[in-house]
Design a protein around this ligand. Structure first.
Ligand SMILES: [Zn+2]
Ligand SMILES: [Zn+2]
Length: 272
């Protein structure tokens, strides 16, 4: 009955979480045609199972423009605060297909005309935020941060296999994401995922490089001949919703970019 991708389901669920319980219960009654939910969690699950698609659900009057805007902003999307609700819905639908679209070799599907229609620029030309919210990874500028100087604002990564266009914005304090460590000297890549802040996870990598920790691929590479820690750079690739999505995107990106040893620094699909 319902046609949600995994990513759409998890994204819609986060948007519904942002609604007031009163709005949510009215929405529950409308889509399920009866009152059978008493908590937010129950209502969200009933609403999702009774909705035809993410677009149909988001278009409902009770799903507020503000909740979609808040969701997109929290996920680091460059959206204009003056966007209409329909523009925000299009941005959300695009955001949810991006991770899949980057791995087209794994997903032999054609984008329908309907989906293509929703592929609009993320930053509308009139947006005042255009220059301040361009994609890439930027220093957090906290007073004590060891990661700032290693961030790379690159928004295009070329791997030995395929390339990846970064569409989102990150800083050292971004969390719940898939990231990339790149060697300046030889462009070798390591793809990882973390629930924690990028800066905290990177600090762990940096320590392993400084101590030349045995058995850690990143540490070994930056201690190899003619390398030093100044060849390290780190950047965010994708904001994620949860553990399952992080692992799934991480593994797809390792294959897509081609970062497995020896053409990259990933030893196996689950290696830290
Ligand atoms: Zn920082
Ligand atoms: Zn290198």
């Amino acid at each position: 009955m319902s046609h949600f991708s995994f990513t759409q389901r998890s994204g819609c669920s986060e948007i519904l979480e942002l609604l007031d319980i009163s709005n949510l219960l009215v929405l529950n009654d409308t889509v399920a045609r009866k009152t059978n939910a008493w908590t937010k969690h129950e209502a969200i699950s009933v609403i999702l199972s009774h909705s035809q698609s993410a677009e149909e659900l988001l278009k409902r009057r009770k799903v507020t423009r503000e909740s979609i805007l808040k969701y997109l902003t929290e996920h680091g999307m460059a959206v204009s605060t003056s966007s209409s609700k329909q523009q925000l819905i299009d941005d959300a639908l695009l955001y949810w297909i991006q991770p899949l679209a980057t791995s087209s070799h794994l997903l032999p599907f054609q984008l329908s005309a309907e989906t293509a229609r929703s592929v609009t620029p993320l930053v509308h030309s009139s947006s005042p935020t255009q220059t301040t919210s361009s994609p890439g990874t930027f220093p957090c500028n906290r007073r004590v941060c060891n990661t700032c100087r290693f961030t790379s604002s690159l928004d295009f990564i070329q791997g030995p296999n395929q390339s990846f266009q970064v569409q989102q914005r990150f800083t050292c304090t971004s969390f719940n994401l898939v990231y990339c460590i790149r060697c300046f000297r030889c462009q070798l890549l390591y793809i990882g995922e973390t629930k924690r802040r990028l800066g905290d996870r990177f600090a762990q990598h940096l320590r392993s490089v400084r101590t030349n920790q045995p058995g850690v691929p990143v540490a070994q590479h930056f201690n190899s001949p003619s390398h030093s820690e100044s060849d390290l750079s780190v950047l965010g690739l994708l904001h994620c919703h949860d553990y399952v999505q992080r692992k799934c995107e991480e593994q797809q990106l390792i294959l897509h970019l081609g970062s497995l040893h020896p053409s990259g620094m990933n030893i196996d699909m689950s290696n830290f």
